[in-house]
Design a binder for this molecule. Sequence first.
Ligand SMILES: Cc1cc2nc3c(=O)[nH]c(=O)nc-3n(C[C@H](O)[C@H](O)[C@H](O)COP(=O)(O)OP(=O)(O)OC[C@H]3O[C@@H](n4cnc5c(N)ncnc54)[C@H](O)[C@@H]3O)c2cc1C
Length: 400
Amino acid sequence: MNHPVAVIGAGPYGLSTAAHLRARGIPVRVFGEPMVSWRSHMPEGMILKSVPSASNIDAPQRGHKLVDYCDAAGIKRLVTDEDLISADTFVEYGDWFQKKLVPDLEQVRVVSVDRREREGFELKLDSGEQFTARAVVVATGLSGLEHLPGEFAAAVPDGPTPTGPVSHSAQHHDLSRFAGKELTVVGAGQSALETAALAAEAGASVTVVARGKGRVRFGAPPWHQPRFRPETPFGNAWSLYALTYYPHPYRHLPPQARHFLVRRVLGPLGAWWLKDRFEGKVAVRDVAGIERVTVSQGAPVLSVRTLGGRADELSADHVIAATGYRVDLAAMPFLGEGLRTRLATSRGTPRLGAGYVSSVPGLYFTGMLGGSSYGPVMRFVCGTEFASPRLAGHLASAHG
Ligand SMILES: Cc1cc2nc3c(=O)[nH]c(=O)nc-3n(C[C@H](O)[C@H](O)[C@H](O)COP(=O)(O)OP(=O)(O)OC[C@H]3O[C@@H](n4cnc5c(N)ncnc54)[C@H](O)[C@@H]3O)c2cc1C
């Protein structure tokens, strides 16, 4: 079959997979906006939580790591765990990687993917073009997977919006719109804490509402990491080492064990360098739970249960739900109904075999979409090092 392979997505995972496929001589068409999640759906001024050694987009050839970009751009080399990477620099690195290794990226959306009767897939693009692919790699990352817990539903029946009473953290790039306003940020992960600090620096009065006692915590700086434990991009610990470098057995664990590991091992924790920018500038309100969010005279009101078990109400000018992302095939409307119903899933996420192939031969998922099979490392850029060569190797032997 001479048809190309279609890679849907031009973030770190799509670009890395495309580079690996191309290096194997496989014809590829790659679709998406380069680095769009980083460029438009993360706050301006953001700094990566991951350290330089864990922020490389994996390529089959030497010379495409973050430090190689720094050398090419003539900027300070980012190498040690204390070198902080701005999101702007990371976007420029991704753009540089794309121009070098995926120069013919097509900046169009894929609107549908369906299985062809005998073999291959039929794709439609928003340019109106229709074509056949021998295999499809879905690397659509965070797009469309923003998660808003059920208690927010009554406040925003049509979904969150940046200009309404409630938004999702992915809907903001410029936080200066909150200057002089009372802002509540819900969540305790890095995204919540950094959004809160940046909004406070922009002149907002910010409260973080976190579920549970003492949930807002920050990691230890590199010089205080425990010794005699293996180093990983996320800190020094045996559990992190296993999940980072040996994700192969992950998919054979029972679902409860997998979900436990995701929550416990890489649970919410602010970056060490954020602590000083956060403490004393952002208020924290620990609650037992948020029962519901309503809107009164255009402003959001959080009905919470306090740690002591009382009911209370918290009001603000705006609430940002930094409540993360959840993989859900139903939120990927470009996958045709026929395909979706044939996909084996685990809690709404595709179940993948060796080489990231789904239960539909020729259909692959990578990045966060592979997380339920290959573990939490797939939520981070460093997972490209494990995923991309394996996916490309499998695809080359099955469809090359
Ligand atoms: C606030 C925040 C901070 C983060 N910080 C870090 C960090 O410090 N370090 C780290 O390793 N990770 C971090 N992450 C996680 C990081 O976002 C992911 O690791 C990474 O972006 C995933 O890359 P991806 O290629 O899978 O998807 P994305 O980067 O989300 O890219 C998705 C691509 O798919 C394309 N696309 C989507 N739908 C279609 C369609 N229908 N047709 C065509 N193209 C489509 C988009 O245009 C885009 O090109 C952070 C995430 C957030 C939200």
